[in-house]
Design a binder for this molecule. Structure first.
Ligand code: ADP
Ligand code: MG
Length: 372
């Protein structure tokens, strides 16, 4: 077996399963000082049944405590499978890994009520892998008065901050979030609104596919100005950061309210409108909070939606839009790397949140540790 490449720094695994409910992205990363290097990655997709169950758990329903516990166990098994794939692919022993940073699956995010809930049974994950697990990263920030989100901006700053220009990092997951890295200013970050979640929902309903590949279906329709105006009336969009959101707000019921009385609209025109909604709310957030930004570095699965990327590029010009791949990091792996990084911070007793981003009263060591 190859020697684990731990000599130069700590090896941590990051596991991210986001609001898209598509599956888990895993990375094995090495941290030396401020540098992060991804050594290996894996993805384990959720089956249709688990995906349905997670959808169900995102809105109030019957018997949810029991169902959440079982879904948590199923998630832990998927997470463990992703970890096994990483270890095999990289020829690394479990004992060489300092920790797994496991985001878990958000099923409710209500910081305004003082809680956020991610499931994934970290105790079981520690049992299945024999590796210490750090989980529940968001609760401590919420307890300190913050949004508990977004947490990736600290890593975005560590990787992408440039002395030469003002930049923004845009994560196009189920929800879209922006990190603003401007020279001489505090890092800012917040959720701008929906990323892919409404596009996925509409594609599942009308194409019977988990997403609109490349945004081609959206591209075959025409945005509807009246529907767009209605969607844009949502008070979340102009609200000032710190702010974060999820399926608690941007869900099927939210979309259906806006569609009321518009039964005649073609499904593809609705899809084109939803694509426009994501692009416009991101562009508007950038205009309000990111003046001077010259480059927007995109990550998350939405980077593969070419129609969305084209629309966004037009709206934010003359700022440049490009994939994080241009900067040496696969767009699908940025968020998972953030949770490997956060786990390593927790082990070191170092804070992981940025109070200016989340609104917390101060920096906090995040997460709970489940020893191997
Ligand atoms: N080829 C593609 N075309 C369009 N959309 C895509 C494509 N590949 C991935 N996506 C979108 O990316 C999403 C997954 O992105 P991800 O970054 O994993 O989000 P999350 O963190 O919310 O899970 C999918 O649900 C889908 O909407
Ligand atoms: Mg995902």
């Amino acid at each position: 077996m190859r020697r684990p490449r731990a000599a130069g720094g700590r090896l941590c695994i990051g596991l991210m399963s986001g609001t898209s409910l598509d599956g888990v992205d895993a990375v094995l990363a090495q941290f030396t000082g401020k540098r992060a290097r991804v050594l290996s990655s894996s993805h384990v997709a959720f089956g249709a049944r688990l995906r349905r169950e997670l959808f169900f758990l995102n809105t109030p329903g019957k018997n949810e405590i029991h169902r959440a516990a079982l879904a948590g166990n199923a998630l832990a098994r998927h997470y463990a499978a992703a970890v096994r794939k990483l270890l095999v692919a990289s020829g690394t022993r479990a004992a060489a890994i300092a920790a797994i940073g496991c985001h878990g699956q958000t099923i409710r995010h209500r910081p305004e009520l003082g809680y956020t809930t991610q499931i994934g049974n970290p105790a079981m994950l520690a049992e299945l892998t024999g590796i210490p697990v750090v989980a529940d990263f968001r609760s401590r920030d919420v307890a300190a008065g913050g949004q508990g989100a977004p947490l990736a901006p600290a890593l975005h700053a560590a990787i992408f901050l440039s002395r030469g220009e003002d930049r923004a990092i845009l994560n196009l997951g189920g929800i879209a979030n922006l990190t603003l890295l401007r020279r001489g200013r505090r890092v800012l970050g917040f959720d701008s609104g929906p990323g892919n979640c409404l596009l996925d929902l509409w594609a599942a309903r009308h194409l019977r596919r988990p997403h609109d590949a490349g945004g081609r279906w959206a591209n075959s329709g025409e945005p509807d100005a009246r529907l767009l105006a209605r969607l844009l009336r949502e008070p979340y969009f102009p609200a000032r950061p710190p702010k974060s959101t999820g399926r608690d707000l941007f869900n099927a019921a939210w979309l259906e309210r806006a569609l009321r009385g518009r039964a005649g609209l073609r499904a593809r025109d609705v899809q084109a409108t939803l694509l426009d909604l994501t692009a416009r709310t991101v562009a508007e957030a950038l205009r309000r909070h990111g003046r001077g930004v010259k480059r927007v570095i995109a990550c998350g699965g939405g980077v593969h939606n070419r129609a969305l990327m084209r629309r966004l590029a037009r709206l934010i010009a003359p700022a440049q839009l490009e994939s994080s791949a241009r900067h040496g990091i696969d767009p699908q792996l940025v968020e998972a790397t953030a949770f490997a990084w956060l786990a390593q911070r927790t082990l070191a007793g170092a804070p992981g949140n940025l109070p200016a981003v989340t609104g917390a009263r101060g920096p906090r060591v995040l997460g709970a540790v489940y020893p191997a």
